[in-house]
Write a new protein. Structure first.
Length: 194
């Protein structure tokens, strides 16, 4: 009769309180680390392995992978610059755009993840901050929405170009010229309101 060697067995279900205090924050932090390293959101299995828990432990904290994806992306986007109400709204908008581009450059797989998500949580973070930055302009709703759409499309295109380049001279600082043109356009609209 053979005896199997005693292998450590991962427990199913909620992780032990004694084993590193598992929490949603710890899971999200590890998922963000793996995203930065690998350029994509890790699978539940890979994340569980990195946390040294059974995959079912992740599901104790997150209903499904989409819930985890939402938490990770909102956490990442929440770290971008948070504008203050200011007469220097253009400086606040500029800082917001630079911080968003830097986030997308630091996490190459994040843009594709954001664009493929069915959720709007991360977008809501950016929208709220954009609206705070440009609120001193008192733009009409339809114009503000069009201005937001144009800016986001440009930033995403710029981020895609940054992520696709090999050894190009393209950098986040090259956003300054086009962004100044965009800001001038918003200022013209403010002065020509009906």
């Amino acid at each position: 009769m053979s005896v199997k060697a005693n292998k450590p067995v991962k427990k199913r279900g909620r992780p032990s309180v004694l084993k590193g205090q598992m929490s949603t924050e710890k899971i999200v932090l590890k998922a963000k680390e793996l995203l930065k390293e690998e350029g994509k959101i890790p699978s539940i299995r890979k994340l569980a392995s990195a946390l040294d828990v059974d995959a079912m432990a992740i599901y104790y904290y997150f209903e499904n992978k989409n819930a985890l994806l939402e938490a990770v992306t909102v956490s990442l986007v929440d770290a971008i610059y948070d504008p203050v109400l200011s007469i220097d709204w253009h400086k606040e908008l500029h800082q917001l755009c630079l911080s968003y581009l830097q986030l997308l450059q630091d996490h190459p797989g994040l843009l594709e993840t954001l664009l493929s998500m069915g959720s709007h949580g991360p977008a809501e973070v950016f929208i709220e901050r954009f609206e705070r930055a440009v609120s001193p302009l008192n733009l009409p709703d339809t114009y503000r929405k069009s201005a937001l759409d144009l800016l986001v499309d440009y930033l995403h295109g710029f981020a895609l170009a940054l992520n696709c380049q090999q050894a190009s001279s393209l950098s986040v600082e090259l956003l300054d010229g086009p962004l100044m043109l965009y800001i001038d356009m918003l200022m013209l609209k403010k002065h020509h309101k009906k």
